[in-house]
Ligand binder design. Structure first.
Ligand SMILES: *[C@@H]1O[C@H](CO)[C@@H](O)[C@H](O)[C@H]1NC(C)=O
Ligand SMILES: *[C@@H]1O[C@H](CO)[C@@H](O)[C@H](O)[C@H]1NC(C)=O
Ligand SMILES: *[C@@H]1O[C@H](CO)[C@@H](O)[C@H](O)[C@H]1NC(C)=O
Ligand SMILES: *[C@@H]1O[C@H](CO)[C@@H](O)[C@H](O)[C@H]1NC(C)=O
Ligand SMILES: *[C@@H]1O[C@H](CO)[C@@H](O)[C@H](O)[C@H]1NC(C)=O
Ligand SMILES: *[C@@H]1O[C@H](CO)[C@@H](O)[C@H](O)[C@H]1NC(C)=O
Ligand SMILES: *[C@@H]1O[C@H](CO)[C@@H](O)[C@H](O)[C@H]1NC(C)=O
Ligand SMILES: *[C@@H]1O[C@H](CO)[C@@H](O)[C@H](O)[C@H]1NC(C)=O
Ligand SMILES: *[C@@H]1O[C@H](CO)[C@@H](O)[C@H](O)[C@H]1NC(C)=O
Length: 813
């Protein structure tokens, strides 16, 4: 599916980055990875392959007629219903997808008043193999020969239709007001001006949450070639497919209704040219702002300028981890740079487009959801993109600042989707994100524009207060503070409500959230009493531990718990891939297991801040290591979802980084590839992408801390370019062995870490490195060897702090 690379030459505008002059990293990105259908047990990465700049508001791409289609696109042979202006990236949730607003559709060979403008009447098949994309550009062709192309800026873009030259002089375009991906129109309007401008506004439901949002659009067509205009609409909302086209009726308006209006409506424009260029802008503020965005961002309708600028931005982003492609495995390169690409598509920069409050701080959308992204997306940004990350962190803090009830301050946003609060999946997982920022950039936050007192207060408020509805934001702190766990079957006397399921997994995430406050407290020099308090609370995950439960010969599993202290049993394999019963594992009331999208087998490993406690609870190191192996060999590992992300690495905590090295290879080569089915699960706003990027770099970030677990990279050399510290840190694998680039490296192949030197100094640990070294500039040399016996006995090394930190054993001090 990978298209030919484009031939626009341009100079890489990279200030301090150390790059190879021949580097052209965008050509290594395959945008179709993870676009296979998730229907019928398919892998369903829900990746977005259309045109977008990094962190763009506009993500323009084609939409298929069949669900699931969370990002609009699926690489199958289903019909296309339009090319629309905004999309999500990799998310789960509503299978119809989010956004997909204001689609265009090209028509030819029809008389104006009888053109098939309705959604199912107009839909068309693509020509075989016609889809192609590269960063900043997407194209496809329909079986009738009409080609569609698009490119974009942050809030605007260009769409070009090329009609077959043999076509009738009457070429048309539908501008669809009502059909977002969710078919959730609640009201809006469309106006066609004689200048060739079409203004739109519409209110639609968000795809993951209970609210709606209003968005504005502006299309400009070249009036010189305009032959006819008009609008169309269903005769009634109860007969949506019975559509009347009205030539010269150039305005329609539908008042807001609080339930979805099934009506179809839009505009139809005819042209006497075979190539039609549309410029568009989008806004969350007004139609005029949408037009201004188009005028300002694309003043000259210059396609090459827009596409080149987009590609330059992507070269810059991709070059933050640079390498010499000629020296690397081609498959690894495609996996790596496609991952770096998708990891920077969202969150979406809606700065200057916040319709809800006035603020000097940035506004970001598609925090969808922090549950997915705190583990690897934000830690990757922390290494490669601190300036962008600081904006995103500021948007989290500003959410707390501006969303409280009755003039009080609010809560850290958790799952902002379609600009509104979405559902909370577990903890308030923006907490580890803010904690991570405080730890890594707290000392220089002022230079990055992040007020750390506010950041800390946002953490404390989210850790202490309970919102009226903790299903949309925040946590059930009433329970957490009173019991030290999240009880099952408890009616909160405060009247605060939420969805009371997922008690056990929420407790584990609340514990990590409290650890994040503790970490921020230390980094920002807050009171000892705070630090002690949150350290203490972060250990409360142990209260969910039922030592009497057994499975596969292992004892002690996380369980739900009643307020009287006794446990509510559910089988540890429930909600695992090998669950023989098939329990409900989502948010709903039918989840009677206590875990969210994870099993007790899996969540019982989840205490990134105190893995020594997990090892103790599980009965010691030897049993722990056996148990990790059993988790993988007996099928409890769920590669396609976030709770599993760290587990291939946890052998490190049992002093066996050699086993992690083997396991990470196994996980990569059995679950990831460069084809459309190349992701084991939803990309989830770049979560899967950033995980794979870390695996390939031989690093895994420990939440809300400066530690990164280190292992055996799949690139022989790469350089991390940090755009705030202006540092270049080159990782070199000494004795790199490309025969290890398989699921099961041959015996004797050099996959084990023998030594690590950081700027010439021998690292005290073979298991972890400090963030300050990863972005500190200079050289990190990882020497590898193939001696399995020596590696097993060397472990993490013999220095006192060789094992990665755990809170219980005095780590993270
Ligand atoms: C990217 O690669 C293509 C094809 O190899 C080449 O034509 C183009 O000039 C390259 N661009 C840059 C910026 O190097
Ligand atoms: C579309 O693809 C499916 C699955 O590959 C196949 O069964 C079906 O025949 C195809 N339909 C068309 C119209 O090509
Ligand atoms: C939807 O939009 C309308 C009009 O903007 C607003 O009054 C209403 O509160 C919104 N929310 C829901 C859930 O309908
Ligand atoms: C509009 O079309 C005319 C005639 O084809 C052309 O001269 C003009 O440059 C076009 N304007 C834009 C903005 O493309
Ligand atoms: C088609 O467009 C051209 C401008 O490109 C215009 O001069 C011409 O009159 C148009 N023809 C018709 C039949 O409208
Ligand atoms: C469509 O609506 C019109 C106007 O109400 C009606 O006369 C016509 O019978 C309808 N057509 C169909 C196919 O329902
Ligand atoms: C976000 O948008 C603002 C406003 O245009 C801009 O200043 C900032 O650089 C953008 N950030 C990113 C990461 O695109
Ligand atoms: C936390 O504090 C409580 C109350 O002081 C104490 O009983 C408990 O042992 C502490 N837990 C930890 C892990 O320090
Ligand atoms: C604790 O409460 C649960 C739920 O009400 C009940 O089933 C169980 O028997 C109680 N256990 C004890 C020891 O009282």
């Amino acid at each position: 599916m990978r298209p030919q690379v484009h031939t626009i030459a341009f100079v890489l505008a990279l200030s301090a980055a150390k790059t190879n002059a021949a580097t052209n990293l965008t050509s290594l990105v395959n945008l179709f990875i993870g676009t296979a259908s998730g229907a019928n047990g398919g892998s369903g990465g829900n990746s977005f392959p259309g045109a977008a700049v990094p962190h763009a508001m506009v993500k323009v791409g084609i939409d298929v007629s069949t669900a699931p289609r969370q990002a609009g696109y699926i690489a199958d042979n289903s019909s296309i219903t339009g090319i629309s202006l905004m999309h999500d990236e990799g998310t789960g949730g509503n299978t119809n997808g989010g956004y997909g607003i204001f689609p265009l559709f090209p028509l030819t060979n029809c008389a104006f008043a009888s053109c098939p403008v309705g959604l199912s009447a107009r839909q068309a098949l693509r020509a075989a193999g016609a889809d192609a994309a590269r960063p900043g550009y997407f194209t496809t062709k329909f079986v009738n020969g009409i080609q569609t192309e698009t490119t974009s800026t942050r809030r605007a873009g260009l769409i070009r239709f090329t009609y077959p030259s043999t076509a009738s002089p009457n070429n048309h375009v539908v501008v669809d007001l009502t059909n977002d991906l969710g078919r959730s129109f609640e009201g809006g309007s469309i106006t066609v001006l004689s200048s060739g401008r079409v203004k739109l506004s519409g209110t639609y439901l968000q795809s993951y949450g209970t609210d709606n949002y209003t968005v504005f659009g502006c299309y400009d067509f070249n009036a010189t070639n305009l032959q006819a205009t008009g609008t169309y609409r269903s005769v009634s909302s109860s007969s949506p497919t019975n559509i009347t086209i009205s030539p010269n009726v150039n305005s329609l308006s539908f008042p807001f209704t609080s339930s979805v209006n099934r009506i179809q409506a839009g505009a139809l424009l005819s042209f006497n040219k075979s190539t039609l260029l549309a410029r568009f802008g989008v806004s969350f503020k007004s139609t005029d702002q949408a037009c201004t965005n188009a005028e300002e961002e694309i003043p000259n309708w210059d396609w090459d300028a827009v596409e080149t600028a987009s590609r330059t931005k992507w070269e810059d982003v991709l070059n933050r981890v640079s390498t010499d492609p000629s020296k690397q495995d081609a498959n690894v390169l495609t996996l790596f740079y496609s991952s770096l690409y998708r990891a920077s598509l969202v969150p979406a920069n809606l700065t200057d487009e916040n319709p809800y409050w006035t603020s000097d701080y940035p506004f970001y959308d598609a925090l969808f959801c922090s549950w997915d992204t705190f583990r690897t997306v934000h830690p990757l940004l922390s290494i490669t993109s601190p300036r962008e990350w600081a904006e995103i962190v500021n948007a989290y803090v500003d959410g707390w600042r501006n969303t409280g009830e009755k003039n009080s301050l609010g809560f850290i946003p958790e799952c902002r989707a379609n600009t509104k609060a979405g559902y909370v999946q577990g903890g308030s997982d923006g907490m580890p994100i803010l904690g991570d920022f405080a730890v890594k950039y707290g000392a220089r936050a002022q230079e990055l524009g992040v007020p750390t007192n506010d950041l800390y207060q946002a953490l404390v408020d989210t850790a202490e207060n309970t919102p009226p509805d903790w299903y949309r934001v925040g946590r059930q702190n009433t329970a957490w503070k009173q019991f030290g766990f999240i009880p099952t079957a408890w009616v909160d006397p405060s009247g605060s409500t939420g969805l009371a399921t997922r008690e056990a997994s929420r407790a584990f995430e609340y514990a990590l959230g409290d650890f994040a406050v503790r970490q921020a407290g230390i980094a920002l020099k807050k009171s000892t009493s705070d630090i002690t308090k949150y350290a203490n609370r972060s250990m409360n995950f142990v209260n969910m531990w039922d030592p009497s439960v057994t499975s596969e010969g292992f004892s002690g599993f996380a369980q739900r718990r009643f307020i009287n202290g006794s446990f509510a049993f559910s089988p540890p394999n429930a909600c695992s891939p090998v669950d023989p019963v098939g329990h409900s594992c989502a948010r709903g009331d039918d989840n009677n297991v206590g875990f969210y999208e994870s099993s007790s087998w899996e969540m019982s490993f989840f205490a990134p801040h105190s893995m020594s406690t997990i090892i103790k609870l599980m009965g010691g190191t030897a049993t722990f290591l056996d148990r990790v192996n059993t988790y993988f060999t007996k099928g409890y590992f769920q590669a396609g979802n976030e709770p599993s992300f760290e587990i291939p690495w946890v052998y490190h905590y049992g002093n066996r980084p050699d086993l992690s090295a083997l396991r990470v290879r196994d996980v990569i080569y059995k679950n990831f590839n460069t084809k459309i089915n190349g992701l084991p699960g939803n990309d989830d706003s770049g979560a899967m992408a950033s995980l794979l990027a870390f695996h390939i770099m031989g690093l895994y970030p420990v939440a809300a801390s400066k530690q990164l677990l280190i292992g055996s990279p799949l690139l022989s050399s790469f350089t991390i370019n940090n755009n705030f510290f202006n540092t270049q840190t080159t990782f070199t694998v000494k004795n790199f062995d490309s025969t290890t680039l398989v699921a099961a490296p041959p015996v004797g192949s050099r996959i084990y870490v023998k030594s690590i030197t950081i700027n010439g100094n021998i690292s005290p640990s073979l298991c972890w490195v400090d963030f300050d070294d990863v972005v500190g500039g200079g050289e990190i040399v990882i020497e590898v060897y193939g001696d399995a016996t020596a590696a097993a006995s060397a472990g993490c090394g013999s220095a006192p702090n060789a094992l990665p930190d755990s809170l219980e054993t005095g780590g993270f001090s």
